[in-house]
Write a new protein. Structure first.
Length: 221
């Protein structure tokens, strides 16, 4: 690709964690670490969320410098709606995780539109942790599923059990990825794990966020 690489980080707008009475949203490190990696690589990086505005946060570490820089300077208080994003501006889309994504990513037609455009123009589609929920229903222009026949990583069933949310999420991500025709490739719980298959880059959990972004940068060259 020529010129400046442009990356879009997509965030959930869903804030209710099933029937727990707890809040959720996007996992801050899973957006902040890729944002830092992409910027260090010279990319222009934008954010977008399903509903626009300030998306709900989860998993924030107030002592983490990268997260604090991201929250202070990345524009998270006023993100554009995915519906208002021109996908042709971007060479990369990265779906950040957080449990909120399980409710609003899978069926959002605008996120799908952006990812489809990026992929079909030769760009990279990436996702981390629960972010691959955006891929489970994603079809290309010919009607085929983007992840069909692809090796992918994503939050595992055992990780979901470990955090006690198996019965709260609308589906188990690993199972749904498999149902969509992908080969879900797991690693031990909460260890860094990234799978690259063509121009699809996926990571298993929060520990994989930085490595996903590194893999994207390497792939684009």
């Amino acid at each position: 690709m020529k010129g400046i690489t442009r990356a879009l980080i997509a965030l959930t707008s869903h804030s209710e964690l099933g029937r727990t009475g707890r809040s959720t949203g996007y996992y801050v490190g899973e957006a902040a670490e890729p944002w830092e990696v992409f910027r260090a690589a010279g990319y222009d990086v934008d954010l977008a969320s399903v509903a626009g505005g300030e998306p709900p946060v989860d998993g924030r570490d107030e002592n983490d410098t990268t997260q604090n820089d991201f929250l202070a300077t990345a524009g998270v208080t006023d993100t554009p709606k995915a519906a208002d994003v021109d996908p042709e501006r971007y060479d990369v889309i990265l779906f950040a995780g957080g449990h909120g994504t399980m409710w609003d990513f899978p069926d959002d037609l605008d996120l799908a539109r952006i990812a489809r455009s990026v992929h079909e123009r030769g760009g990279v589609v990436a996702a981390v942790c629960h972010g691959p929920s955006a891929l489970v229903n994603l079809t290309l222009s010919d009607g085929s599923r983007l992840i069909a026949g692809k090796r992918v990583a994503g939050f595992t069933n055992s990780e979901e059990a470990a955090v006690g949310l198996t019965d709260e999420v609308p589906f188990l991500l690993a199972d749904k990825l498999t149902e969509a025709g992908a080969q879900h490739v797991p690693a031990p719980d909460f260890t860094e794990h990234v799978v690259v298959d063509g121009r699809l880059v996926t990571g298993q959990n929060p520990q994989s966020a930085r490595a996903v972004a590194d893999a994207v940068v390497k792939l684009i060259g």
